[in-house]
Write a protein that binds this ligand. Sequence first.
Ligand code: MTE
Length: 308
Amino acid sequence: MKKIPSSEITPEHIYRSRRSFLKSLGFIGAGAAVLAACQGQLPEDTSSAAPAGGSTQADQLTSYEDVVSYNNYYEFTTNKTGVARLAENFQTDPWKVEVGGLVNNPGTYDLDRIRSEFQPEERIYRMRCVEGWSMVIPWLGFPISKLLEQVEPTSDAKYVRFETLYDPEQMPGVSNSYFPWPYVEGLRLDEAMNDLAILSTGLYGKELLPQSGAPIRLVVPWKYGFKSIKSIVRIDLVSEMPVSLWMAAGPSEYGFYANVNPKVDHPRWSQATERRIGESGRIPTEMFNGYEEEVAALYEGMDLAVNF
Ligand code: MTE
């Protein structure tokens, strides 16, 4: 599939008509085809590319309006429809991401460096929040493996730890002392090296807005949404499993792995189905959010009910 340069700003109606055209060709619509199309590896027979998990539902893109007005970003507020307004004036330029820890080439990545060294490409991913809702979002981003290759993790590096900006002056929600700020997340190094894991700088052909995690966030489509940490300022390679904000806040409810798994219930609700924002009814949730083929090997031999 054609890569969209970040400079190409695509209004949603043009974006959608381009997508309908692709859809008429069978390039998008069914789960497996969505992924394959994004990776430029179209299945030869797209008619067989139905989403895994028995779902016959085609993946419709969630509207841009819904993507940017229904958000989880607790540094601003826990009210999903209130984030956009509170984050409106969040300063995302200049911005620096410090990349270090167990690496041979630590570095400071400001926005110019990120723009010049990594070419964003489009990836349409299903995103599943642990709360039971989901969206289908055309992200712009680049595999985090590209960044990791530049900084060269040492042989002691086993995990990647990510940290969001902590700025009480701009982020009213951090006054909520229930949470151990800053927001921290982590991946095992081999998970981070998987091609599906991207650092995103935009969506729908436009730069990210603050509520979506501007200027740069993680997107890990086979894990519950809370792993996809926003507005990143630090990335460290470490030897021990990082303790994420959610693990610290609710260890019995939120594990390190957080793989989308319809068979492992959240202690307070089922994870078997999900509600697509903008659509009616609920649809079955798929193992690894439908990306089983790409990621199941990462967890071979692990008990996913224990490593939830
Ligand atoms: N990152 C930060 N820094 N703070 C947050 O509160 N919420 C997470 C994740 N990343 C969150 C975050 C959760 S729970 C979800 S579901 C997704 O962001 C939501 O991303 P979206 O608002 O772009 O849909």
